[in-house]
Design a protein around this ligand. Sequence first.
Ligand code: DSN
Length: 422
Amino acid sequence: MSASRRPALLSTDPELASFVAAEEVLQAQTLRLIPSENYVSAAVLEASGTVLQNKYSEGYPGRRYYEGQQNIDRVEALAIERAKGLFGVDHANVQPYSGSPANLAVYLAFAKPGDTVMGMALPMGGHLTHGWGVSATGSWFRGVQYGVRADTGLIDYDAVRDLALAERPKLIFCGGTALPRTIDFAAFAEIAREAGSILVADVAHIAGLIAGGAHPSPVDHVDVVSTTTHKTLRGPRGAMLMCREEHAKAIDKAVFPGLQGGPHNQTTAGIAVALHEAAQPSFTAYAHQVVANAKALAAALLQNGFDLVSGGTDNHLILIDLTGKDVPGKIAAKALDRAGIVVNYNTVPFDPRKPFDPSGVRIGTPSLTSRGLSTEHMPLVADWIARSVDAAAKGDEQALAAIRAEVTDLMAAFPAPGLPLS
Ligand code: DSN
């Protein structure tokens, strides 16, 4: 049993150890298609679970409020240098605990409560922290939101420009969580310049694709780049803010002491390792394979009669619109889960249904690509999705169980990074 890999945990807390072991089995046996998830390497896992956990390190390398930081400073400086080198930025802050605190730090750095901020609407593919109402960013600030065109599912840059010039927001966010198409950072930059706004690219989903050269970089176009580290970038759960030197002080001050206390040094170490891995030629190949797999999967889904928002994908993500299938997103997602295919239900643009029971399913290829699946497997994956949605419509649990057995078989042949099981 894999719990025996952690003998101390097994002996101290066998109940908790059994939950972790069960999760290893689940991650090994299922086809994980959630586009914001991945498998970190064994090296990242090791770096994330060390005695670095034991330290308080408020401040920044060379400027701490605690002594005994000789090694922590080296870890954080290494992560910073690697982030700067990989993304070609002047300045990197690797301390944000995750994406939402990172974005909140951007607000703190450049805006005051009540200021107007602009981002993509959450149901259109944006993120809560881009000024959406239920988030602090939409209640402490005045959020105005753009979306996509109903006929194409693509961002309407003319409408974005009109809104920006009418509202003159302090901040404009580009990027999101359900955008299957390339973001035109240059177009956003032109709009932000005309509106006099600070432009923030939230590249959490596509950071690994940018690092691997499979999506254009925002670095030459925007004021601040915000990213999590655990999606396509394949690091531990954390975040980074990157910017030009002119904004470095404001960003650092906003993260600490503005919002956070001691950085999670164990996570900083994991980020450093992930950035090192992402600088290797094998990661460039990975990033391009993620996109090739997503394109092949989108083509196979279209052949199976699915509607895809924007008609396909340019990146790692596909948004399936199930409106025409008579199976809402949540029912489809839960049936897929029973078939061993893990997805999340999601709103589609102009969704007539509620966010907790929407019309779409969001999928992506970062995890399956980390396991070594390639374009030749995508017709089979699309076939499993089609059969599962069909089985959901008919309430056919036997069909779902049969698909689950097929999924488990294929996954056994593609061991997941960081997991002891195949
Ligand atoms: N929760 C993330 C996602 O799944 O896209 C965004 O923060």
